[in-house]
Design a protein around this ligand. Structure first.
Ligand code: NDP
Ligand code: MG
Length: 399
């Protein structure tokens, strides 16, 4: 029997995780999985429904103002409920074999780290924690003898391509990118892109934030940094290629010229299922590829003028220290402002770049041995600066 905590269970990755463990019998007598914790935020109805089906030891919403709603929704169930960031941390600290971190944003950092420190294998969808605190996460993994398994589809593909290989034999890591909803738009039109337009992803059904990040290529920018932190390769070894079909989930090139690729349908359950069953492989309910029908796989170089996020990721890796924490936090604020309609689509990158510039001389930035407190302090400072800068950009927009 495997004990599993699902952090962010009500989101896109969370619900797909529940789909897989439910198919494996979770929630029924004698099942292979026992759910220790389910956590969500605003979607109380879904969280309660999941809890009634899976009967976890604890159910948590991150929002203290929703505790009453959660209690009402679970009245008579006998299930333990709690609310707030500390309650999520406590839930993540409970003994588990696997913790799936499917929380969106830097809010996932502390819960994921806590689960890792408590000895769970961390199935990590929350790429933001590696971007903001990669060295800290990897240090903790090595110190505790624990395990992090990537759930981002590209990183899962790379992990699988590297199985049994020596990382020293790797020449390059090639991250594939669909290019997102606006991949063919000219630069002038991108300035006026709306949230609805950025949400129309051609291949993947995902949460709102990552879908917009895909359209701006901020998602790929985060993934480049994630790959550098997780696999420990140099920035120069990481390439991005636009691959419209999202059939190749990523590739690894070796010194002998061989390239290993992971192919599959664009279905996150490939990556989630791999992490849940690792080191074994179990049958998964994903569509099998019909290669004759697929017919064509295309590749194009990304355009860094239309998608400046990729250039910013390179600058962040070159700067090192806590630049990743600034980059992620500023990106989250920029996305909030874009969703709220106060800044334009291309202004997201302007805002992130301006925040990085503003903090480039901060004494706390150049810290290669950052503690959790250092990361959280820099995350906070970057949010304050980005919010100030966003007001300036928004008034420029209004004027
Ligand atoms: P969603 O927005 O669909 O879900 C996010 C989850 O986090 C929900 O359970 C949400 O609760 C919860 N949540 C939101 N805010 C907080 C908070 N402050 N504290 C704690 N929990 C919170 O996101 P996705 O599932 O799309 O993405 C999750 C993570 O996985 C992200 O890091 C993303 O980059 C990564 N990822 C996602 C992929 C995908 O296909 N969706 C692919 C690869 C990576 P509620 O909904 O109840 O408000
Ligand atoms: Mg991805």
């Amino acid at each position: 029997m495997r004990r599993i905590a699902i952090l962010g269970s009500t989101g896109s990755v969370g619900t797909q995780t529940i789909d897989l463990i439910t198919r494996a019998g979770a929630g029924s007598e004698g099942a292979d999985f026992h759910v220790t914790a389910l956590t969500g935020a605003q979607n109380i109805a879904l969280l309660a429904q999941q809890a009634r089906a899976l009967r976890p030891d604890i159910v948590v919403t991150s929002d203290p103002s929703r505790l009453g709603d959660l209690q009402d929704a679970l009245a008579g169930s006998g299930l333990a409920v709690a609310a707030g960031a500390d309650a999520i941390r406590e839930a993540a600290s409970r003994p588990a074999d696997i913790a799936v971190n499917a929380i969106v944003g830097a809010a996932g950092l502390v819960p994921g780290l806590t689960a890792l420190e408590a000895g769970a294998t961390l199935a990590l969808a929350n790429k933001e924690s590696l971007v903001a605190a990669g060295p800290l996460m990897m240090r903790r993994m090595h110190e505790t003898g624990g395990q992090i398994l990537p759930v981002d589809s590209e990183h899962s593909a790379i992990y699988q391509a590297l199985t049994g290989e020596d990382i020293a034999a790797v020449d390059r890591i090639i991250l594939t990118a669909s290019g997102g909803a606006l991949r063919d738009w000219p630069l002038e039109r991108l300035q006026t892109a709306t949230v609805a337009e950025a949400m129309a992803h051609p291949n993947w059904a995902m949460g709102q934030r990552i879908t917009i990040d895909s359209a701006s290529m901020f998602n790929k920018a985060l993934e480049v940094i994630e790959a550098r932190e997780f696999f420990g390769v140099s920035p120069a070894q990481i390439e991005v290629i636009i691959h419209r079909e999202s059939i190749i989930h990523s590739m690894v090139g070796f010194h002998d010229g061989a390239i290993m690729a992971h192919l599959g349908s664009p279905d996150m359950r490939h990556a989630i299922g791999y992490a849940l069953n690792w080191p074994k492989r179990a049958p998964l309910p994903v569509a099998r590829l019909d290669l004759a029908k697929t017919a064509r796989l295309s590749f194009e170089a990304p355009d860094e003028a239309r998608f400046p996020a990729l250039r910013l990721a390179r600058e962040v890796m070159a700067a090192g220290g806590l630049s990743g924490a600034v980059f992620n936090a500023a990106k989250e604020i920029a996305l909030d402002h874009f969703i709220a309609g106060s800044i334009g689509f291309m202004q997201m990158a302007q805002l992130v770049e301006a925040t990085l510039d503003r903090l480039s001389s901060d004494s706390g930035l150049h810290n290669d041995a950052a503690t959790l407190e250092d990361v959280l302090a820099m995350d906070h400072l970057a949010r304050v600066r980005a919010t100030e800068l966003a007001v300036g950009l928004a008034s420029g927009l209004a004027g």
